[in-house]
Design a protein around this ligand. Sequence first.
Ligand code: GRF
Length: 213
Amino acid sequence: MKKHTSELGAQTPFPIVVLVSGSGSNLQTLIDAIAKGTLSARIAAVICNKADAYALQRAQEANIPTEIIAHADYETRDAFDAELTRRIEKYQPELIVLAGFMRILTADFVNHFYGKMINIHPSLLPKYRGLHTHKRALDAGDSEHGLSIHYVSAELDGGPIIFQQSVPVLADDTEKSLAQRVLVQEHLAYPQVIEWFAQGRLQLVDNQVILSE
Ligand code: GRF
C-alpha cells in the first residue's frame, strides 16, 4: 500500500474525495471495500451538489465528512467550479472520484485536476457518451454493453480509458435489468481501479494510461 506522510509525520492511507449527486451505490462499495481492507484508501470527504441525495446519508453513516454545494446558489458554472475546487483542495486528495456526479464541469476545472480525477460511466466508451446509455444500447440492438472508468478530460466522457468491462445484452432485457447488470460490474470494478491508484500502479503519460505490474 502506498502510504502518505502528513505534516505530523504520521502515515495515512491514500486520501480520496468522492463527488456524488444521487443514490451513491458506488460510494457504498468504496466504503465497504475500505472496511473489508480490499481498498487501502481513505475517503477524506464526500461532496454533493444535491442536499437530498441518498449518498449523503451513506457517507454520514460511515462518519465521512460531507460537503454540499447547491449549484442553484451559484450564478455561473465558473463560480460553482471555483467553490468546488476550494472544497476539494481543503482535503488534499491524491485522487478525485466522480461516482454519479451529475454535473458538467468547466474546462478550467477539469484541466486543473487532469490526471487526478476519474469517472465511472455506464457504457463501453466511446459509445454512448452522456445520458440514457442503457436505453441507447437497447435501441441500437447491441449484443453487449458495459462500463468504462476513465480519466476526466474537458471532453464529456471522452478522457483516456483506464478500464472497461462488458456485459451481455439479453433478449428480454429492459432498461432497468440492463442497468442493474452493469451496476453489479461497476461495484466490482471501481474499488479495484482505485486500489491500483492507491498502490501507485496507474500513470498517465502523454495521455496514455499505463498500469504497471
Ligand atoms: C452509475 O451508473 C455510474 O456509472 C453513473 O451514475 C450512476 C451512479 O450510481 N456515472 P450510484 O449513485 O453510484 O448508485
